[in-house]
Unconditional design. Structure first.
Length: 134
């Protein structure tokens, strides 16, 4: 059976998704809309609020990676360059959450044993798309 994983789009036309890490912590994008109090002194004692743009937030991925995986370095390179990456979280039931992201942190914790751990943070750019693997 498939485990929950993070994939990175590595080719376009046809689209190719490459496994990055098996997730041990599964973050899913959340949407929120901030509000700002815009009440003025001439508003007859009634509060007024204005809404901001929809924010999909930031995610932190933690998981197990392959030891010699060049995709890990592509994520690190995107942190340095500021390039946007297309990613998707694939859940065990085939549901997907696809989004554009800017890498904001990259950590490769050193631990004893044969498993390579990887942790990195992203800021979602735009609206996440929920779908299913066909």
């Amino acid at each position: 059976s498939q485990k929950t994983r993070l994939e990175l789009q590595t080719a376009i036309g046809p689209i190719v998704w490459t496994h990055v890490i098996e997730l041990t912590v599964v973050p899913i994008p959340d949407l929120s809309r901030p509000t700002v109090d815009v009440t003025t002194l001439d508003d007859d004692w009634v509060r007024h609020a204005a809404t901001g743009v929809v924010d999909a937030g930031a995610l932190e991925f933690t998981g197990l990676a392959l030891s010699a995986d060049p995709i890990r370095e592509q994520i690190r390179d995107a942190l340095i360059s500021g390039d946007t990456l297309t990613m998707r979280v694939v859940l065990v039931d085939g549901e997907t959450h696809t989004f554009e992201a800017i890498v904001t942190s990259y950590k490769k914790p050193v631990a004893a044993g044969d498993k390579v751990r990887l942790s990195f943070g992203v800021r979602i750019d735009g609206e996440p798309i929920v779908g299913n693997i066909a």
